[in-house]
Ligand binder design. Structure first.
Ligand SMILES: *[C@@H]1O[C@H](CO)[C@@H](O)[C@H](O)[C@H]1NC(C)=O
Length: 363
């Protein structure tokens, strides 16, 4: 994992640059009177042992995104300094020579990387929340509360479920037993990625069939079929179900930050990938989009991930793959670590045939 993700990191960073290009750079916060705790290799373990819930930003002084984050992170730390239970925000200069062992130990591969240390470091999760102060505060407050919240009424469901985000809810006949315990274990494991809830009443939920045989896991998502259910409460099976259900059949690479988590997932996946790049602002875009969605649908039983990217937003990917704008519309296939197949100036009505030829002949 460490080795293959190294090759991807420059692309992922390029993505991050493209996605946050709108924001202005701001100077770093002043050092004095900081609410953020500054740690180094000597103070790190003690701090982890002392604080049951600590957030650590691994940064490098030269990194632009780190500088932009600094004042937001500091304001969040101030706002959270009196929170009960305590939420401690810390930072480590991972670029400094003596702190390198920390960067290695915690597999820091890009800056900034933010991690959440729970239970004296027994449980470490990636911070996947927003990068501005209010967003950081809201996200972290949720992270210290229960991993799954009970939905007791339709009002609870409205308050807890954001229809632009993924929401995972366990529907139970009672809040006990193996299924419930397993669901809670998975919610605890994946809480930094998704919001979880549990209820006795499927009819409180905004989507899906209300007449269900309990227990059931229902996953609400803002794309494709909008709701999917699973009855398999085995922990590994539940993790797999969630992993497979939380990426759109076709991931969109544009400037919309809501698509960022899906892009990260797409590029981190080791599955074969098909990527169609074109100019979204041109007339034929709609016909390409529907032809490509149809192709993805045809291949849904294969483990192939699909992406459609706007040339206006995919500069980083173009550089990374050595593509040229005048080759669009183009399809790129990445199969394994190094194999790349390129079809330039593709036409909408050729897409399915060309993908079939490639994936069928490649097995
Ligand atoms: C995309 O198409 C629009 C409309 O034709 C055009 O104005 C724009 O320059 C194109 N973008 C690129 C990067 O070619």
């Amino acid at each position: 994992m460490a080795i293959r993700s190294k090759a991807w990191i420059s692309l992922l960073l390029a993505l991050a640059v493209a996605l946050s290009a709108r924001a202005e750079e701001e100077p770093a916060a002043a050092a004095e009177g900081e609410a953020v705790l500054t740690l180094d290799v000597d103070s790190f373990d003690e701090a982890v042992a002392k604080h049951p819930f600590m957030v650590v930003e691994f940064y490098a002084p030269w990194c632009g995104h780190c500088k932009k984050l600094a004042p937001e992170y500091e304001n969040a730390a101030k706002a959270l300094s009196k929170h009960d239970p305590p939420i401690v925000l810390a930072k480590v200069d991972a670029n400094e020579e003596k702190n390198r062992p920390l960067a290695t130990k915690y597999e820091i591969q890009g800056f900034p990387t933010i991690k959440i240390f729970r239970d004296q470091g027994k449980n470490i999760q990636e911070y996947k929340g927003p990068r501005e102060a209010d967003g950081i505060v809201d996200y972290l407050k949720k992270q210290v509360g229960p991993a799954s919240k009970e939905i007791k009424s339709p009002e609870d469901a409205t308050a807890l479920i954001d229809d632009k985000k993924i929401y995972i809810v366990g529907i139970f006949a009672e809040f006990s037993g193996t299924e419930f315990t397993n669901f809670m274990e998975v919610a605890e494991k994946l809480r930094s990625d998704y919001d979880f809830g549990h209820t006795l009443h499927a009819n409180h939920l905004p989507r899906g069939d209300a007449a269900v045989e309990r227990p059931l896991v229902r996953l609400l998502k803002p794309f494709d079929e909008l709701v999917v259910d699973s009855k398999d409460f085995d922990v590994a099976a539940l993790m797999k179900f969630i992993d497979a259900s939380t990426i759109p059949r076709v991931v969109t690479f544009d400037k919309n930050p809501d698509n960022h988590p899906y892009l990260m997932k797409f590029f981190q996946s080791s599955a074969p990938k098909a990527m169609l790049f074109l100019n979204f602002s041109t007339g034929p875009f709609d016909s390409f989009k529907s032809a490509y969605s149809a192709a993805a649908e045809e291949f849904k039983d294969k483990e192939i991930k699909f992406l459609i990217g706007d040339i206006e937003a995919s500069q980083g990917a173009f550089q990374y793959f050595g593509l040229k704008e005048d080759q669009t519309p183009l399809i790129l296939i990445q199969d394994g670590d190094s194999k790349k197949f390129l079809k330039v100036h593709v036409e909408a009505d050729q897409i399915v045939a060309w993908l079939k030829e490639y994936f069928v002949s490649a097995g």
